[in-house]
Design a binder for this molecule. Structure first.
Ligand SMILES: Cc1cc2nc3c(=O)[nH]c(=O)nc-3n(C[C@H](O)[C@H](O)[C@H](O)COP(=O)(O)OP(=O)(O)OC[C@H]3O[C@@H](n4cnc5c(N)ncnc54)[C@H](O)[C@@H]3O)c2cc1C
Length: 403
């Protein structure tokens, strides 16, 4: 039986491990974090194409009961004017729509399912290097141990070590010029329909919120930030700083943003975010990248998790059907690259719209309604309607099995 080592137990890693096991490859996942350390970040949306890809592997149930449906988004200007409403993707045939869920719940559910299916997940195992050896790939870990497997999958996120190993000259990830913050406010009246995202292009910053079942308000904020913060800079600014900063940004808008933030208990943190416009080498010497390691996208795309899941499923199909490992990786890249790079580009455009200056803001508010209409129709066709057929054979050099 062939063996695989997957680096990273975020979203792509556990799903890839399940797909590889189904393809007849015994898989171990090595994750840098210690078991108890749960993931930073508040919540994310999983779109219908991501849910469909989970179902392709027979694991759609993992997201049932841990999130809530969020079928649509309403865009407003800071004056409260409605600019447009788009769906988060046409429902799947059984009526399922995109869901919003806590990041930590999604990670845990995927890890638990992988372990239930016989995948070994080792925590506290940080990959530091890897190289091709006669009988496969030898991975070296920070704890001094080595493991050899037939192939290695880099599912180690935007700051991927595997990416550097595959291409030591790979450019670093690109800073996205808005920060990300988020939280959960207790039930309160914000005048919004449950499950519908309210997305506000405020005068100074973008703000999004959605009412969850039970009435609590899940929110995120995008303070503009032109230059990349120094390491540790954001963490050194405490909750009082961020509360004051958000108040300054949102007090000029006619939205419930300040009330929501004031009602949010606990600490507030900000994250810098990055994307990867085009990673030139996805694979080499039996090592391959998937998920954010290959194509990190701005959170504005709302697709990073779904694309990571799609990657994992397609990699499983390619390794199942294409006997030679590096040829299977080339087939995988052929199936995935143009699709994910289109999403990265769309995400970057959305982030820039969030950080617009005064003139661009006026134009945006004029043209956004038209753009949203067009974008909504286009996304329905190629983005959300994407379906992977697990049973369709992959032929090296062809793109069979996806629509
Ligand atoms: C603020 C924010 C909001 C977002 N919102 C959304 C959203 O609404 N919808 C959406 O679809 N996407 C969203 N995303 C993007 C989404 O989170 C990512 O696209 C997704 O997590 C990618 O999954 P991944 O498995 O490739 O990487 P990750 O989830 O980052 O997982 C990588 C894993 O690898 C581990 N690792 C790293 N280095 C090593 C190493 N050397 N050795 C071993 N393990 C290692 C890490 O600890 C981590 O567990 C958001 C991102 C951010 C930052």
């Amino acid at each position: 039986m062939r063996t695989a080592l997957v680096i990273g137990a975020g979203i792509a890693g556990p799903v890839a491990a399940i797909a590889l096991q189904r393809a007849g490859i015994a898989t171990t996942v090595c994750e840098a974090r210690a078991d108890a350390a749960d993931e930073a970040g508040a919540f994310l949306t999983l779109q219908v194409n991501g849910i469909d890809a989970l179902r392709t592997l027979g694991i759609g149930h993992v997201v049932e009961g841990i999130g809530f449906p969020t079928p649509s988004m309403r865009f407003r200007s800071g004056t409260g004017k409605l600019l447009g409403e788009v769906s988060t993707g046409a429902p799947l045939p059984d009526g399922t729509v995109g869901v919003t869920l806590r990041r930590s719940d999604l990670y845990r559910a995927l890890r638990d399912e992988a372990e239930r299916q016989g995948v070994t997940i080792e925590h506290g195992r940080r990959l530091v290097d890897a190289r091709r050896v006669a009988d496969g790939v030898r991975a070296e870990f920070a704890d001094g141990t080595t493991v050899t497997a037939d192939l290695l999958v880099g599912a180690d996120g935007v700051r991927s070590r595997v990416r550097q190993v595959i291409d030591p000259d790979a450019p670093p990830a690109r800073f996205v010029p808005v920060l990300n913050m988020g939280g959960f406010a207790p039930a309160m009246d914000v005048g919004a329909a449950p499950g519908t995202y309210e997305m506000v292009f405020g005068k100074r910053a973008f703000f999004g919120y959605v009412v969850a079942p039970g009435g609590s308000v899940w929110w995120f904020a995008n303070p503009p930030q032109r230059t990349e913060p120094a390491p540790g800079e954001l963490a050194s600014l405490g909750t009082a700083h961020w509360r004051a900063r958000l108040r300054e940004l949102y007090s000029v808008d006619r939205t419930p943003a300040c009330r929501i933030i004031d009602a949010t208990p606990g600490e507030l943190r900000a994250w810098a975010t990055y994307d990867l416009p085009s990673v030139r080498r996805w694979h080499r010497d039996r090592m391959v990248l998937i998920g954010d390691a290959a194509h990190a996208m701005s959170p504005s795309s709302g697709q990073g998790a779904s694309m990571a899941i799609e990657d994992a499923v397609e990699l499983g199909r390619c390794l199942r059907d294409v006997p030679e490992i590096d040829t299977a990786f080339a087939a995988f890249e052929g199936l995935r690259r143009s699709r994910v790079e289109q999403v990265v580009a769309d995400g970057a455009r959305s982030s820039n719209a969030k950080a617009a200056g005064p003139v661009a803001r006026v134009l945006r508010d004029l043209f956004l309604p038209i753009f949203l209409k067009r974008q909504g129709d286009r996304a329905a066709a190629w983005l959300h309607g994407h379906h992977i057929d697990w049973d369709a054979p992959v032929v090296a050099g062809a793109g069979a099995g996806s629509r």
